[in-house]
Design a protein around this ligand. Structure first.
Ligand code: URA
Length: 193
């Protein structure tokens, strides 16, 4: 389903001489249909994702998918019913540590090109690493959420409304925050309708 520009981007990312692992681990590029209106960006793949070569397939990914399904999109859906998912960093950091600043910066130009190619109507950032990578902001989550929607300007001049919310791994540890996550999805939906 990938067009040639996306395929070329995937190849460039896979050829990137990245510092995450030696030997180089599996590239986890993206999932979902490129024509989805919503692009979701997480942190970096974990062990399950690395095994399957697909983002967000482990426990937190299953929760993310369930909550996004509730708000009307899925990774198999088209257009307004679809979401396309990638990560700030496309390889699993060793020992599941958070990606370093250097790793985030290395992947960043490719991430922004990825956003340009998908050309989403909205972006949903899940967690602080995605906020760092896309918004270049490190404020507390409550502050960043209160500023929704952020507007990010791409190199091609397009501005994309961008919403930040909790990472699903945080929701697994703090189920009470699920209500806030669903509120963020509802705000995003009403904004892009
Ligand atoms: N956490 C993420 O941020 N991304 C994944 O793909 C899996 C877990």
């Amino acid at each position: 389903m990938e067009n040639s520009a996306l395929h070329a981007l995937r190849l460039s990312v896979s050829n990137l001489n990245h510092p995450l692992n030696t030997p180089v681990s599996t590239l986890v590029f993206a999932c979902g249909l490129p024509a989805s209106h919503l692009m979701v960006i997480g942190e970096a793949p974990g062990a399950e994702e690395e095994k399957k070569g697909e983002p967000f397939v482990g426990r937190s990914g299953q929760l993310l998918e369930k909550l996004l399904n509730k708000s009307g999109t899925s990774r198999t859906g088209q257009g307004a019913q679809g979401h396309y998912i990638t990560n700030a960093v496309n390889w699993r950091p060793p020992n599941n540590r958070p990606p370093t600043k250097t790793e985030i910066e290395l992947c960043n130009p490719y991430l922004f090109k990825h956003i340009e190619l998908i050309n989403p109507k909205a972006i949903l950032l899940v967690g602080a690493t995605a906020a760092k990578a896309v918004l270049k902001k490190t404020a507390p989550m409550a502050t960043l959420r209160a500023e929704n929607p952020h507007q990010i300007k791409l190199l091609n001049g397009v501005t994309v409304p961008t919403f930040i919310t909790y990472h699903p791994a945080y929701l697994l540890r703090n189920p009470a925050a699920t209500t806030l996550f669903l509120e963020d999805l509802a705000t995003m939906k009403s904004y892009i309708k």
